[in-house]
Design a protein around this ligand. Structure first.
Ligand SMILES: Nc1ncnc2c1ncn2[C@@H]1O[C@H](COP(=O)(O)OP(=O)(O)OP(=O)(O)O)[C@@H](O)[C@H]1O
Length: 172
């Protein structure tokens, strides 16, 4: 699961509409990763379905539970699709209006946070060169750099990567 947050002024009390575009300041999206080889080998089965866009159904024995999110991405969704539809592009546009934005991925170990944010391990260590595997981070940088290059204005860009693990914050 990943969330996107934005804030312009700490004094602002209005959680909605700070950006003036009528949309919520918090976007919650869920991505369901495909079963791993190990899980397939174990004959684990899928228990998460998205019967209607924006919903996630958890198959829990005889009781199904349905949850709603701003976006739900099924296992076959590509990195490109996630970037285009998860709401991050809207945040990047708001960065150019002076808003501070945060994207954070949340989930248990092995759920796909790193894959979604940065791509698979082999993109960094295994010689994989395929751009289609790039995650939200690389795509965000590309998007920002494209926007800065299409204007005469000067920009100073800064980005921070943090990991919170066992309630400890680590600067990546
Ligand atoms: N959408 C996806 N498509 C294909 N493989 C995926 C996907 N998401 C995750 N994986 C694979 O699942 C495994 C676990 O993913 P990942 O390392 O991103 O999890 P994580 O949440 O960052 O785990 P940790 O908290 O332990 O660092 C990796 O081998 C990764 O390549």
């Amino acid at each position: 699961m990943f969330h996107s947050l934005l804030s312009k002024s700490e004094e602002s009390k209005d959680v909605k509409n700070q950006s003036g575009d009528g949309q919520s300041n918090i976007i919650a999206a869920v991505r369901v990763r495909p079963l791993s080889c190990e899980e397939l080998h174990r004959e684990d089965r899928e228990v998460l379905y998205s019967p209607i866009p924006g919903t996630l159904q958890v198959n829990h024995g005889s009781q199904d539970k349905l949850f709603t999110f701003d976006a739900v991405f099924k296992p076959k969704c590509s990195q490109h699709e996630v970037f285009e539809k998860c709401g991050v592009k809207r945040l990047l546009d708001l960065v150019f209006q002076g808003f501070s934005c945060t994207v954070f991925a949340f989930g248990q170990t092995g759920s796909g946070k790193t894959y979604t944010l940065c791509g698979p391990y082999s993109l960094f260590h295994g010689g994989l060169k395929d751009h289609s595997f790039c995650g939200l981070t690389q795509r965000s940088f590309e998007y920002i750099l494209e926007r800065t290059q299409s204007t005469q204005e000067e920009f100073v860009l800064s980005a921070t990567f943090l990991e919170i693990y066992n309630e400890q914050v680590r600067d990546l």
